[in-house]
Design a protein around this ligand. Structure first.
Ligand SMILES: [Zn+2]
Length: 71
C-alpha cells in the first residue's frame, strides 16, 4: 500500500498517510487541524529507493565484468 506525504497549507503540518485509491486521496485531511487544504508532496522516500536500486545493478555489473575478465 502506497504511503503519500501531504502538507497542510493552513498549519503547514507535513504528514504521511496511506492512500489505497485515487478517490481516497481527495478525502485526505490534515491530521492536526483537519483542514482539506492539503497538497500532496513528491515522496523523497520513493525517489531514494529507486536511486539505491539503480546503484545495486551497477555494482552487480562490475562484479560480472571482473569475473569474465578472470576467466
Ligand atoms: Zn493543518
Amino acid at each position: 500500500m502506497p504511503i503519500y506525504e501531504y502538507r497542510c497549507k493552513d498549519c503547514e503540518t507535513v504528514f504521511e498517510t496511506f492512500v489505497s485509491s485515487i478517490p481516497d486521496a481527495d478525502k485526505v485531511v490534515c491530521k492536526k487541524c483537519e483542514s482539506k487544504n492539503v497538497e500532496k508532496q513528491i515522496s523523497t522516500f520513493a525517489s531514494r529507493l529507486s536511486g539505491s536500486s539503480s546503484n545495486a545493478p551497477a555494482g552487480a555489473l562490475s562484479g560480472c565484468s571482473s569475473k569474465s575478465g578472470f576467466s
